[in-house]
Design a protein around this ligand. Structure first.
Ligand SMILES: O=P(O)(O)O[C@H]1O[C@H](CO)[C@@H](O)[C@H]1O
Ligand SMILES: O=c1cc[nH]c(=O)[nH]1
Length: 289
């Protein structure tokens, strides 16, 4: 039975609905970024850019880097956008769009996020680069998917739900071990908390009262007796969504974070573009090794 037009939506030119991409316009190695303006900051290092496609916040540049096909795509902010991006990238790789059928052979995508983030530990300074060994989702995306979690991952979600009295259970998913191996010797590793907003969901209060005023303290002090090295290191808004969708769809995903804020020492980096630029160059040089 072909996948109906209402479920897998295609544009009149045959491209996927939101990304506006055709299968030949995306590589198997993909860098994802939140900010659409970061796309050319990555692709300027490519040998050449063959395709430039834009729809909404989803901007794609595809070409080669050191002779290997590569794409960079922006997601915009949040795990709701990540769900769309990951589903449509997977459809481009694994569904025959003309027949609307699953292809016989599965293609695994290698997806690396380069994003900005705030530190939850005083000793992780501004300007650090951090690879997420786990993503911990404080959003409700996975309430709608049947995600398999390992016992430690499930335990983290249950404990945090309890400690923060949340009406839903956070989810926790590991990143790609294969990709982490390339980066781990060169940058910090940590557990990244993915939030459903930038202000109150990350404990920021500008003009409104917080429902969970102890959020940052609880996350800063979260520990597992069974695994004493497990601690929550940083905040952002996409990583757990990428890791969960990657596990559901069978793709390798790693999130790399440029630490711009420290929420414990109350600082924000004076030159954010410099920190992000350094992470872009480091990622490109390590991902092909
Ligand atoms: O710099 P990007 O990749 O957008 O990532 C971080 O910055 C945005 C918030 O300012 C969120 O998307 C968060 O995850
Ligand atoms: O504190 C921060 C900094 C960047 N991105 C976030 O989501 N939070």
């Amino acid at each position: 039975m072909p996948i109906p037009a209402s479920e897998l939506v295609l544009n009149p030119d045959g491209s996927v609905y939101h990304l506006h991409l055709l299968p030949e316009q995306v590589a198997q190695d993909i860098i994802v970024v939140g900010d659409p303006e970061r796309v050319p900051q990555v692709s300027r290092f490519f040998d050449k850019v063959v395709y430039k496609v834009k729809k909404r916040e989803f901007i794609t540049h595809t070409g080669t880097y050191k002779g290997k096909p590569i794409s960079v795509i922006s997601s915009g902010i949040g795990t709701d956008n990540v769900e769309i991006l990951m589903t449509e990238l997977d459809a481009l790789a694994n569904i025959d769009l003309k027949k609307r059928e699953l292809k016989e052979k599965h293609t695994t995508l290698n997806i690396i996020r380069i994003g900005t983030s705030g530190s939850l530990q005083a000793e992780i300074p501004l300007g650090s680069h951090l690879a997420s060994s786990y993503g911990l989702g404080l959003d409700t995306l996975m309430c709608f998917y049947d995600l398999l979690q390992k016992p430690l991952e499930k335990q983290v979600g249950e404990r945090l739900q309890n400690q923060l009295s949340l009406p839903f259970q956070p989810y926790c998913v590991s990143g790609s071990e294969k990709l982490l191996e390339k980066f781990a010797p060169h940058i910090l590793q940590g557990v990244t908390v993915t939030c459903c907003g930038f202000y109150a969901p990350q404990g920021r209060s500008i003009r409104t009262a917080l429902k969970i005023p102890q959020l940052i303290t609880t996350l800063n002090q979260f520990r597992l007796a069974e695994n004493p090295t497990f601690r929550l290191t940083n905040f952002e808004m996409e990583t757990a969504g990428y890791y969960a969708m990657g596990r559901l769809l069978g793709h390798e995903v790693l999130s790399l974070n440029a630490i711009l804020a420290n929420r414990i020492t109350h600082e924000f980096h004076q030159q954010p573009e410099k920190v992000v630029g350094e992470l872009i160059e480091q990622t490109l040089s390590l991902m092909n090794k």
